[in-house]
Design a protein around this ligand. Structure first.
Ligand SMILES: *[C@@H]1O[C@H](CO)[C@@H](O)[C@H](O)[C@H]1NC(C)=O
Ligand SMILES: *[C@@H]1O[C@H](CO)[C@@H](O)[C@H](O)[C@H]1NC(C)=O
Ligand SMILES: *[C@@H]1O[C@H](CO)[C@@H](O)[C@H](O)[C@H]1NC(C)=O
Ligand SMILES: *[C@@H]1O[C@H](CO)[C@@H](O)[C@H](O)[C@H]1NC(C)=O
Ligand SMILES: *[C@@H]1O[C@H](CO)[C@@H](O)[C@H](O)[C@H]1NC(C)=O
Ligand SMILES: *[C@@H]1O[C@H](CO)[C@@H](O)[C@H](O)[C@H]1NC(C)=O
Ligand SMILES: *[C@@H]1O[C@H](CO)[C@@H](O)[C@H](O)[C@H]1NC(C)=O
Ligand SMILES: *[C@@H]1O[C@H](CO)[C@@H](O)[C@H](O)[C@H]1NC(C)=O
Length: 777
């Protein structure tokens, strides 16, 4: 059975019963002679270890006057918390209080503050506004962790600062409740103070190339840290500085996504003597995003990222480059714009770095002044055609943005505003009144497929449920932030279409045998407010997905191809042909398509009830019971089973959640179960469930079960759950029956054969063996 599908199943497990997040490990504080590493779980009375094995100490002994604060425990545990340590305990300050650390004055220091807004006894963090100062700098002011988390749709917040070298060996960290609110208080869940190597130098100002500033003399706040074209890199995979790197795709502007790539295994990527490993991990340099293969398309657009920032500050923008494809100077030359100003007009990575596979970085500083609505930083790349490079393209591997302190030694900006799209979807969801179990299951099964597609598996089977996450998310906190790409890297777009509307439309309907409706571009534009950014509900390799209206009041999801994507009309039509033939209760339907003016657009059913992820992670929704979750897995397995046998479609790529496997190996799977339902899961059932998933991930095809066996095993799990005390023989018989019934419903001969074989196999096992241990093919 296809390995990627197996990986997918593991993803189902993650989505159905676990909490995702990898947390940082201790950085090797001694590796470069760094002195300081304070990692504190605030409000905790004893030392504690988080789910990743990192040790957090009690904060009490660093408080200058311990009696001005209280320690408290959060009343509820959000399932998306990576670990109970340090988030479930907090230090609460009703008046100003100071932590005092003895640090080495020779170093800059990371200061990371962790906040989990929740109820702490009588303290509701909704009423908490406060400031934080350190070493004479204001880090936060009138800060509401509650509003910030809400706006970013995250359960917890991490704020990272880089403190300039201190004059004295004492670092004071002071929390002050806001005076403008009655009964306000300050709180904090975790504090990290860690000395860091020298990674900042002198930087030139954009637009004032003769002016340099010494970044080393500033205190900074990390606004964003992106592994461009790559994946999330957890703190313990950083190159020793415990930084977290995020996927850049949510920050890309418009439909111009470019293409991502990864260095070939035979290309050596190694730090040159001029670049220390501290600058970024090699994984950042191994992946990149470029504009795409078509020079004409590239000349007509800018590859643009938009980042949310605060106005009236100077920003240090750090670009990480490594060209692992070209090797000669002038093969690729491009311009870099920051906020529409030219930072550099002739960027030639090979000329800068000296060769193929050589990592390097470039820093630029820019002041962003305070006209209203200017709280965005645009970073854009465009090929420089004037110098006539061999290829009209541009590349980026990593991007970091740091806010520098202003002359008043301040770094604090206002609290973010919750996005309007979110409010709209929240109110829609308000009408979702707890339906009967079965109807809720139906909804969620659809949602599961959305999440699956998010793993890039089911080509084009898109469910548009994700409520729109602010693209401009600037927080660097959680890997499980609510943004999730909702479909895979299928690239069925391209700028190659020169056909007229009529021929396209007839091609579409010919291909789809009349099942697929043709939409005009005008219709789609009208239905999406001219592809308004406010309608974006998801992004991915293919392009963007918009929430739209057709025929006046039918809500649909509109998937608009990225014009620079590498594949063309042929793949687009293929996708339509395949998708329009698929009709299954557990798959989302394609309604129609539009191919006009170089646009390639697919229109799908809209799933209005949100993603499975939201149902799992949002406390507002009643937790989905274990039984329902098993039902979801069965629904998803049915959908995939149908694809395997009734239609499989080209296979696409999936990202593997290795960490879940790791937890299983460590025997810590139990610890990452959703605390809301942990108690209700039958141990026997869980054991069987996780063993099935692990089997699916076996390295050798022969060790993996068939999809039919997977489905059977899930049915068996459900029997174990619903009837835990019944004899196992009966449970197996019931699972057999359920499976056979389902197979009969599919009017496919092979399917029936397979079902019969399954039935016989399992019946035999029921007789001869007490444990079901699926034999692979
Ligand atoms: C930390 O760094 C030192 C010096 O490079 C090395 O000898 C030691 O093994 C490292 N420790 C860990 C836990 O990585
Ligand atoms: C830190 O705070 C203590 C009192 O809380 C004060 O005596 C000391 O001067 C402060 N140190 C610095 C460097 O601000
Ligand atoms: C690396 O592998 C690719 C194909 O995977 C090949 O085209 C290329 O020539 C190889 N390069 C070297 C330096 O071996
Ligand atoms: C940059 O230019 C674009 C297009 O003219 C405009 O929409 C955008 O607001 C500008 N951005 C900034 C930060 O000036
Ligand atoms: C790319 O961005 C620059 C700077 O904002 C702008 O001058 C130029 O017109 C843009 N080019 C395209 C094709 O959008
Ligand atoms: C930024 O500075 C300008 C000029 O000093 C001021 O008019 C504006 O209100 C400031 N913006 C904010 C958001 O503080
Ligand atoms: C504090 O933050 C809140 C919420 O963002 C805002 O409404 C209020 O005006 C702010 N107060 C001050 C004094 O800046
Ligand atoms: C590049 O795109 C243009 C415009 O969409 C198209 O006319 C041209 O044929 C494409 N070139 C190639 C090589 O695909």
């Amino acid at each position: 059975m296809n390995c990627k599908i197996q990986k997918l199943l593991w993803s189902i497990i993650i989505f159905s019963c676990t909490i995702i997040t990898v947390h940082s490990q201790e950085n090797n504080a001694t590796s470069a002679g760094f002195a300081d590493s304070f990692v504190l779980a605030c409000g905790s009375t004893a030392d504690a270890t988080d789910s990743n094995g990192r040790k957090w100490s009690s904060d009490a002994k660093f408080l200058t006057s311990p009696d001005t604060s209280v320690s408290a425990t959060a009343q509820s545990q959000d399932p998306s918390l990576p670990s109970t340590v340090p988030y479930m305990t907090a230090r609460i300050f009703k008046s100003e209080a100071t932590y005092k650390f003895f640090v080495s004055p020779k170093f800059r220091h990371w200061i990371r503050l962790h906040f989990y807004p929740s109820y702490y006894g009588k303290f509701d963090t909704f009423h908490s506004f406060f400031s934080v100062t350190a070493g004479g700098f204001t880090l936060l002011n009138n800060f509401s962790a509650s509003i910030t988390a809400e706006a970013l749709t995250q359960a917890y917040i991490v704020r990272e600062f880089s403190m300039m070298m201190l004059e004295s060996g004492t670092l004071n960290l002071t929390f002050t409740p806001s005076a403008s609110y009655k009964n306000s208080f300050a709180f904090v869940n975790g504090i990290e103070i860690i000395s860091m190597p020298k990674i900042f130098q002198s930087v030139s100002m954009v637009g004032f190339s003769d002016q340099n500033m010494d970044a080393e003399t500033y205190t900074m706040q990390t606004m964003v840290r992106l592994n461009v074209g790559g994946q999330y890199i957890p703190a313990n995979d950083d190159s020793g500085l415990s930084r977290t790197w995020y996927d850049d795709s949510p920050y890309i502007y418009g439909a111009g996504f470019g293409v991502t790539s990864q260095a070939d295994k035979n290309v050596t990527i190694a730090y040159p003597s001029t670049e220390s490993k501290d600058i970024a991990p090699l994984d950042v340099y191994r992946t990149s995003r470029s504009m795409g293969p078509n020079a004409t398309v590239n000349q007509n657009y800018n590859l643009t990222w938009i980042l949310q920032i605060d106005v009236n500050f100077t920003y240090l923008v750090r670009f990480h480059f490594c060209d692992y494809i070209f090797e000669k100077v002038n093969q690729m030359v491009f311009s870099i714009f920051i906020n529409n100003q030219t930072a550099v007009s002739e960027a030639d990575v090979i000329a800068w770095s000296g060769g193929k596979g050589v990592p390097m970085h470039k820093d630029y500083a820019i002041y962003v002044n305070g006209r209203t609505g200017d709280d965005q930083l645009w970073v854009a790349l465009h090929p420089n055609v004037e110098v006539k490079p061999e290829y009209y393209n541009a590349i980026l591997n990593g991007l970091e943005v740091f806010k520098l302190n202003d002359p008043k030694r301040n770094l604090a900006g206002p609290n973010p505003e919750p996005s309007s799209m979110k409010a709209e979807l929240e109110s829609e969801r308000g009408s979702f009144t707890s339906p009967s179990k079965s109807s809720k299951n139906g909804v969620i099964i659809g949602s599961v497929l959305g999440s699956l597609a998010g793993f890039g598996l089911v080509v084009g089977l898109i469910v548009f449920l994700n409520h729109r996450m602010r693209r401009d998310k600037t927080d660097v906190s959680s890997s499980s932030g609510a943004w999730l790409p909702i479909y895979g890297s299928t690239r069925s777009s391209g700028g190659t279409n020169t056909t007229t509307k009529t021929s396209a439309s007839s091609r579409i309907s010919n291909l789809a045998g009349g099942l697929c409706r043709h939409f005009s571009l005008a219709e789609i534009r009208h239905g999406t407010n001219g592809f308004s950014e406010s309608r974006v509900i998801g992004v991915g390799g293919f392009g963007k997905v918009y929430k739209g209206l057709i025929d006046g009041n039918t809500t649909v999801a509109v998937k608009r191809a990225n014009p620079s994507s590498e594949q063309g009309i042929h793949e687009f039509l293929n996708e339509i042909e395949l998708l329009s033939k698929l009709r299954h209760r557990h798959l989302v339907s394609l309604i129609g398509a539009c191919e006009e003016h170089n646009e390639m657009i697919l229109v799908y059913d809209y799933m209005g009830n949100g993603t499975l992820r939201e149902h799992l992670y949002k406390n507002a929704n009643a937790p989905i019971s274990w039984e329902q979750r098993l039902g979801i897995c069965i629904g998803a397995a049915r959908g995939i089973h149908y694809l395997h046998t009734g239609a499989n479609l080209p296979k696409d790529q999936v990202s593997l959640a290795d960490w879940a496997m790791l937890n299983h190996r460590r025997g810590t799977l139990g610890e990452i179960l959703d605390p809301n339902i942990k108690g209700e899961i039958n141990a026997e059932c869980l054991k069987h469930f996780s063993e099935t998933a692990v089997k699916c991930l076996s390295d050798h095809g022969t060790d993996r079960p068939t999809m039919g066996e997977v489905l059977w095993n899930l049915e068996y799990c459900l029997q174990l759950q619903t009837n835990p005390d019944g004899p196992k023989m009966v449970a197996k018989q019931k699972a057999n029956d359920a499976y056979a019934n389902y197979a009969t419903l599919l009017s496919i001969e092979e399917e029936k054969d397979e079902a019969r074989q399954e039935f016989e196999k399992h019946s035999a096992k029921t007789v001869f063996s007490e444990t079901v241990n699926p034999q692979g093919r």
